[in-house]
Design a protein around this ligand. Sequence first.
Ligand code: NAD
Length: 487
Amino acid sequence: MSEHTLTVAGVAVDTRHWIGGRRVASAETFTDVSPIDGSVIGEISRGTALEAAAAVAAAKAAFPAWAATSRAERARILHAVADGVEKRIEDLSIVETTDNGALLRSHRRGVMPRVAHNFRFFADWLLKLEHEDFETRGHTNHVSWDPAGPSVLITPWNAPLMLATWKVAPALAAGNTVVLKPAEWSPLTASLLADIAAEAGLPAGVLNVVQGYGSEIGDALTSHPDVRRISFTGSVPTARRIAESAAGNLTPLSLELGGKSPLLVFADADLDLAVDLAVEQYDNAGQVCLAATRFLVEESVAEEFTRRFVEKAATLTQGDPRHETTDIGPNIHPRQLEKIDAFVQRALAAGARAVIGGHRKDTQYYAPTLLTDVAQDSEIVQEEVFGPVLTLQTFSTEEEAVRLANDTRFGLAATLATADAERAERVTAQLVAGTVWVNCFFVRDLQAPFGGSRHSGVGREGGTWSFDFYCDVKNTVTAPNGWKNHG
Ligand code: NAD
């Protein structure tokens, strides 16, 4: 085992970059810390413009051969990657939990199987990707999806491997080569993915992983002229920075950003279901971009909804995410906790009332919080907190509910609880959101378009939308009568 290998909960993890099929160390490192207890996990290679350039060069060199690889062979290798993920679900789960603090049981049963599914799904979708030919005055139009080139994929820490592979899988399926930059607060599983992909037979340079602070390595990746696609999941300020950096080369961007999504509870709703949906918003300690953090509840049922919510929230167990019975784990970093608490304290100072929570538990954990008496134009209603902090407002008409729901700069998702199908249809049609859930939450199918409106994002990924983004889509028009008259 090299001096660059860490043993994380019994699993060996290489802390170096993965560039052109080789492990590469940086001169400097950064410290990776576990959110579970603040303990140091180890030192990780701290990438600079040098490693960014090397990774893009490796992706560029590997591109022609990978792009020319048949769809069937690309799909076969992606399935082999999925097999490798499935064999290492235990390793990936415990390493991810140690690194980002999300629940071990979710990683084992939901997230890591889904990571494997990301590869299988896009491999299979590739094999059936086609657009029926069509005619124009006897000419045939044929649509094809050509690999676009090296793609830079930049991901956040709240669901590291899940969000990374939701980009890596379609990019590789499309025939692109990849430079993946995971978040500096959760660098480990991307390194394991590099091992798994190499064992699965993915050729050198097709997948590269660089580690480091976005502020130090980011610009060199996103401004690189050889990069043909950038897919980013993260915050709005970083997205702006990336868009500026990519502007020089007009590199196409897919941006999946933050949210401040509403949960609309109408008086006709099944209140128990509405409360179940509401309590789910504490999942992953509130660090979910899609979370419905603003409860908008019809006046006549607000008191009863709140009573049942408080009762249900009291049954949640907060603590070590490795324990089977834990419902809410830690937040990612003491800095994130400070940010969360600052939001809450400013809201309380502005007149909000904490129905539950409203304070930290210690340096790693924030008490699940519900705030009422919040104004629509207040910071706590308008800005993404990214912690276990929810707000509750009431409405008295459907029009008011829609107005409040749409009145932020975001448009990622919306959730409705109602027993009236016509109302659901009417309200859904008026909501600004990439995804609307009616009487359910977080049901995600990889063939569905996914993305946000307004400041929640640019573009859609999922199914064919992913291939539309990662490929240069081409239309070929062929003259009538075959080749007879055209020499
Ligand atoms: P962030 O923007 O701080 O960081 C995301 C990634 O960008 C990290 O890998 C970081 O190193 C990198 N980065 C930072 N500066 C960069 C730069 N100048 N150039 C290139 N890369 C740079 O976001 P975060 O705090 O890691 O994640 C939380 C945010 O992500 C929240 O806003 C959340 O809503 C959002 N998110 C969105 C989705 C979605 O699908 N819409 C999913 C999960 C998280």
